[in-house]
Write a protein that binds this ligand. Sequence first.
Ligand SMILES: NC(=O)c1ccc[n+]([C@@H]2O[C@H](COP(=O)([O-])OP(=O)(O)OC[C@H]3O[C@@H](n4cnc5c(N)ncnc54)[C@H](O)[C@@H]3O)[C@@H](O)[C@H]2O)c1
Length: 391
Amino acid sequence: MEIIVIGTGMYVLGSNKNEYGTILPAIIEFKRQYPELKRIKFVGTNSIRTENAKKRAKQIIKMSGISLKVDFYPKNGKNNNLAYREVLSKTSNTLCAIVAVPDHLHFKIVKDCLNSGLHTLVVKPLTPTVKEATELTHLAKKNGLYGVVEFHKRFDKQNIMLKNIFNSGKLGQPLYSLVEYSQKKIIPTYIFKSWVNKTSILQYLGIHYIDLMHYITDAMPDKVMAVGQKLWLKKLDIDVFDSIQCMIKWKLRGGISFNQTLLVNWIDPNTNSSMSDQKIKFIGTKGRFEGDQKNRGIRIVTDDKGIEEPNPDFCYPYESNNNLIWRGYGIESVSTFLQDVVDIKNNKTSIKNLEKIRPTFKSSILSTAVIEYAHQSLSNGSVWKKIKLNK
Ligand SMILES: NC(=O)c1ccc[n+]([C@@H]2O[C@H](COP(=O)([O-])OP(=O)(O)OC[C@H]3O[C@@H](n4cnc5c(N)ncnc54)[C@H](O)[C@@H]3O)[C@@H](O)[C@H]2O)c1
């Protein structure tokens, strides 16, 4: 049995010596539970970069102490933006596809995966527009396939605790929620340099907490407005917002409305003590929940690296018997998808059952809609935009 992974970038297997990505470590952990998995086919576009990626993948697999074959495409020193189609043409022994390419390519590549008959996991956002997200949702349904978006924050214990406390009624009726989420300057200036103008900081980071708000409260987004600033990145000729502040009016099924405010940026100093700075507050009529999702209680200070505050809960390698074991909500998110696919194939569950609990394509139309209308607000004087989910 094999898995096809399209994309060989930072999220798949890291971008430097001391980073390992999330997708490959998660597949490695899944392999420990599912020995039938023998091979991963990775597809990129640039043969020199895929050669480097191959070395990294082999090293990560070796450090994890498991045996798993890897193939990398395109081969033979050639560059090919459509190499993934060649790989998708031979899928007789393929469990599923995982797509981790720049946002604007999600639609085309996921559509090809679904047309090749593969259950598919795509990194967020599902797509940048509602029209595309709806088409993929219909296509997955028509072909009887399981389509999921890798919204890993649904698996973070802090957020599960918030969902449980909200559902218990202890917080009362929701009034407002505040999220601050930011990452280092290295993301827009280096890691995403070749495609940064095809996304925004709201689409890259903010979308996680939009999906999460629906997951926690089962509310529907009603209206959205956004303001933003272009100062620091513009000086480097990168014409995207440094920071965006977005307000969303949500409506509970019973009709009560509440507000979510998202403050996001990707121009934090590269010297910050962790990649992500993230906090959530949720205030109701009877109580409040506050989660510091950056500072999770660990601080390491060394001559070499200064102060570091790693997140032990996302995707972290823990050493055991000289092997690395990967743990965290990023690992759980991907390996849960893989286990769900196995269970669907063995008739132990159904796509219909999973629709109620997982970030499926259908449920991810909501977060895509908020992003699309927030972008419209940004380019129309920050007016409030009514959200339409059907186009
Ligand atoms: N970096 C993160 O922490 C993170 C977290 C969650 C989700 N994501 C999402 O993952 C996606 C990719 O992010 P990344 O950080 O890996 O970016 P990246 O720029 O490091 O890598 C992008 C990868 O896509 C590949 N690619 C581009 N066009 C392709 C094509 N036609 N066929 C096959 N491969 C192609 C490139 O070869 C490259 O390997 C984005 O949608 C991003 O929002 C990233």
